[in-house]
Each structure stands twice: as structure tokens, then as C-alpha cells.
Design a protein around this ligand. Structure first.
Ligand code: ADP
Ligand code: ASP
Ligand code: MG
Length: 407
């Protein structure tokens, strides 16, 4: 008998029939003798509609109250699953984040888990209950409800699995596992049997939303056996592996894209010490994360500075950029929301050269213009026009030999 944590995402609990299917799967595992803890997301689309409702009340809704509102999505599904299990005569109990002692810092809408008490979960498990926990939410030390950022219920699941020292954590979603690229964009994407935490972290950080990045960080830090599987079939899924990688790792194992960033360019910035510090300090003080930065030197002691920020922060960052530009005597500030970042990731890149050249050539052959470039040890990212993102993913997938072989 083992302790299993299972998380079901939005599409897996999108309607009463799917919640009943989740109840069947969970009860089957329970009948096999396992201790079961189930973490749920809100029904697909519910978090978006709650955000929409909030924006009808205020242009920038108070973030504390927004979290109180958003947490209701997961409260609904947790209650619905627990009552379904009870109606099937299984002992079940739903818990909200605070009841499961999911303690976070106080960054509303993007809180980080700092501790999980889980005494109540353990007591319920000892009494042989199926414990259903509302994902995505926690409580800060001041007793306020917080949420973990979009996609955060994966992190609730892995963190709870870590706190309980669960034998495994299974993330059930609407695809069969982790693929070489988003299978909804690239029909030739291949399902991976396993992926290293390191590669998954890199893919999640550049937009593969199949796992919330902090869930992979938890799995890595606490050695949680983590699997991604489909809630619509019994296939094995993908294991996210922690540990040594063999030297034969593919040079490129995945292609990812992300449309969540926007670009800001400051034209004719004086080329002097302290100018970049001035610009990026004011952006950082506003709590805005800058991702890529490039600086082009022009003749005449001036530079053009381009950087990317999350789309959600674009307007604020543009306003701040304009204020700073005036102060430092830059000519003008331009913004572009219609960009996408396309990335190739792979541990094998550490010991191979020529990946960047191959990436750029493949994109050139499809007439895809590269606007910005950034690299890490195991990733290369390019900013391209938003409308070219999907074409770029498919092109690179083929260029790096990742397409599945039809048999
Ligand atoms: P859930 O609601 O279950 O949490 P998400 O929508 O957050 O589901 O994540 C699953 C989605 O992630 C898939 O439907 C797929 O479109 C997308 N995705 C992006 N990159 C990948 C990838 N490399 N492998 C699998 N899915 C991916
Ligand atoms: N319901 C939340 C969201 O839509 C959390 C999650 O699904 O993981 O972002
Ligand atoms: Mg998700």
C-alpha cells in the first residue's frame, strides 16, 4: 500500500460527468488499498471568468480581494468531488488551502509556498479518508487567503506530496504526458517517457505550461516521484526524473513557445554609466520581472535598449519607461505586444556546438525574422513576431529531428 497524491487540472474537472470520472479513478486506487490525496483545479475557464468579473468591478482590482475571489474556483470543485465520492459511499473530506495548512508568503496572486503543516490531512488519512484539497490556494502568516499564480495547482500537489513524503505525485491533464513540443501546436510532437527535472524546469520557464515551474522546483528539491498523465485514458504518461543524466541525452529535447511577453524599446539612450541601473531599478521597484535585455550601440554615444516584460505588466512598464526616458534624455519609447518567444531546450547542448546556427538557419529558411536572442547553458530562445510562433515551433521541431516517425 502506498500514499498517492493525484492532481486533476481544469479540463479534467470541467463538468459534472468529468468530476464523476475523477471520482471513479480515485476510488479505484483507494479500493486497491492506497492512501489517496487529491488536489483539484477550478473547472476549465472558471479562473478566467472570475478575473473577468473582477475587472468589471475595478480597473485594477485589489489583489487581496482578487485572491479571495479566485480561490472560490477550487473550493467549488473540491466540494463537488468530495460529495460525489461520499454519494458513492467512500469516506471523503474536502479541505481548503488554509485547512490543509498550505502557508505562503503574502504576494497576492503569485504567492510562494513557505510551509505545509498537513496535520489535518494526515489525521484524515489515518482514519482512511480520501482527502480532497483545493489546489492553487494557501494562507499567509497574517491569515489572508493567497493564490499561487496561474497554473499553480500543480505546485500545490507536488508541495503536498513532498510534505506527506508521498510515494508518488501524478498530475492528470488533457494530454498524454510531456511532449517534445505542445501537441496542440505541433502534430508531429512525440510523447517523452521521461524527462529530467533540469530540462523540464527550463521548458516550464520558457512557456511549457504542462507543469507550473515551481512544481518542478519542489519535485527536484524534495525528490518527489512526479508523473504527468492523461485523465482521459490509462496510458503511462511521462516521468519527471531527478538525478543523473546519461551522456547520450539528445542535444535538443524540446521546443517551447510563449506569448506572454511584450517588448519595450528605448531609443537613443545616452551611453553612460548608471543609465541601465536607472531604468531597471524603477521597473524592479514596480515589481515587474524583466526577462530578455539587449543593447545596441549606435554612433554618437547613444544606445538603443530593448527588453521584455510579462504582457500583464506591459502598460505599467511602458509608462515607467516613458517617465525614465524623459529623466535621462532618451529620444522615445516604443512598445510591441505582438511578440512570442520560441525556445529550444536540451541537456545535450552543454557538450554540442552549432545548435544556435542550426536554429537560426531553420528560421531563416522559413523567412521568420529573429527580433531578440537569449541563451542559457541548455536553452536558446528567440523573440519572433507573434503570428510566426506556431510555424517557428513546427519548423524547429523538424529541423532538430524531433518529429515522430510514423509506423
Ligand atoms: P491543466 O488544466 O490540466 O493544468 P494545462 O492547460 O495547464 O492543463 O496544461 C496542459 C497543456 O499544456 C496541454 O493541453 C498543452 O497544450 C500544453 N503544453 C505546452 N507544452 C507542452 C508540452 N511540451 N507537452 C505537453 N503539453 C504541453
Ligand atoms: N485554476 C488556476 C488557473 O486557472 C490554477 C490551475 O488551474 O492550476 O490558473
Ligand atoms: Mg495547468
Amino acid at each position: 500500500m502506498s500514499l498517492i497524491v493525484q492532481k486533476f487540472g481544469g479540463t479534467s474537472v470541467a463538468n459534472p460527468e468529468r468530476i464523476q470520472n475523477v471520482a471513479k479513478r480515485v476510488s479505484r486506487n483507494f479500493e486497491e488499498g492506497h492512501d489517496m490525496v487529491v488536489i483539484l483545479s477550478a473547472m476549465a475557464g472558471v479562473t478566467d471568468s472570475l478575473i473577468g468579473l473582477a475587472s468589471e468591478m475595478s480597473e485594477s482590482p485589489d489583489r487581496r480581494e482578487l485572491d479571495v475571489l479566485l480561490a472560490t474556483g477550487e473550493q467549488t470543485t473540491a466540494a463537488l468531488l468530495a460529495m460525489t465520492l461520499k454519494s458513492m459511499n467512500y469516506p471523503a473530506m474536502s479541505l481548503l488551502g488554509f485547512q490543509a495548512e498550505v502557508v505562503t508568503d503574502c504576494s497576492y496572486c503569485n504567492a510562494r509556498i513557505v510551509d505545509i503543516g498537513a496535520t489535518r490531512i494526515k489525521e484524515l488519512l489515518d482514519k482512511r479518508n480520501i482527502v480532497v484539497v483545493a489546489g492553487f490556494q494557501g494562507i499567509d502568516q497574517g491569515g489572508n487567503i493567497t493564490t499561487l499564480g496561474r497554473g499553480g495547482s500543480d505546485t500545490s500537489a507536488v508541495a503536498i506530496a513532498a510534505a506527506l513524503k508521498a510515494d508518488k505525485c501524478e498530475i492528470f491533464t488533457d494530454v498524454d504526458g510531456i511532449y517534445t513540443a505542445d501537441p496542440n501546436v505541433c502534430a508531429n510532437a512525440r510523447k517523452l517517457d521521461s524527462i529530467s527535472c533540469e530540462e523540464m524546469l527550463e521548458m516550464a520557464s520558457v512557456g511549457a505550461k504542462v507543469l507550473h515551474i515551481r512544481s518542478v522546483e519542489f519535485a527536484l528539491k524534495h525528490n518527489v516521484p512526479l508523473y504527468v498523465r492523461s485523465s482521459f485514458n490509462e496510458k503511462e504518461g511521462t516521468m519527471v526524473m531527478n538525478g543523473d543524466h546519461d551522456m547520450e541525452s539528445p542535444v535538443v529535447s524540446g521546443i517551447t513557445y510563449n506569448k506572454n511577453e511584450a517588448r519595450i524599446t528605448m531609443k537613443r539612450v545616452p551611453d553612460q554609466p548608471g543609465i541601465a541601473a536607472n531604468i531597471f531599478t524603477s521597473i524592479a521597484e514596480a515589481g515587474i520581472n524583466v526577462d530578455m535585455i539587449i543593447q545596441n550601440t549606435r554612433a554618437g554615444g547613444e544606445t538603443d535598449l530593448t527588453f521584455t516584460v510579462p504582457k500583464a505588466d506591459f502598460k505599467r512598464a511602458l509608462d515607467l519607461g516613458k517617465q525614465v526616458a524623459e529623466k535621462i534624455g532618451a529620444e522615445k519609447v516604443l512598445g510591441d505586444e505582438n511578440i512570442a518567444k520560441v525556445s529550444v531546450t536540451g541537456i545535450g547542448m552543454k557538450s554540442h556546438s552549432g545548435v544556435a546556427a542550426k536554429m537560426f538557419s531553420a528560421m531563416a529558411a522559413e523567412n521568420i525574422n529573429i527580433i531578440m536572442i537569449s541563451t542559457s547553458e541548455i536553452r536558446i530562445s528567440c523573440v519572433v513576431e507573434e503570428k510566426k510562433a506556431e510555424l517557428a515551433v513546427r519548423t524547429l521541431h523538424t529541423a532538430f529531428g524531433l518529429d515522430k516517425v510514423e509506423n
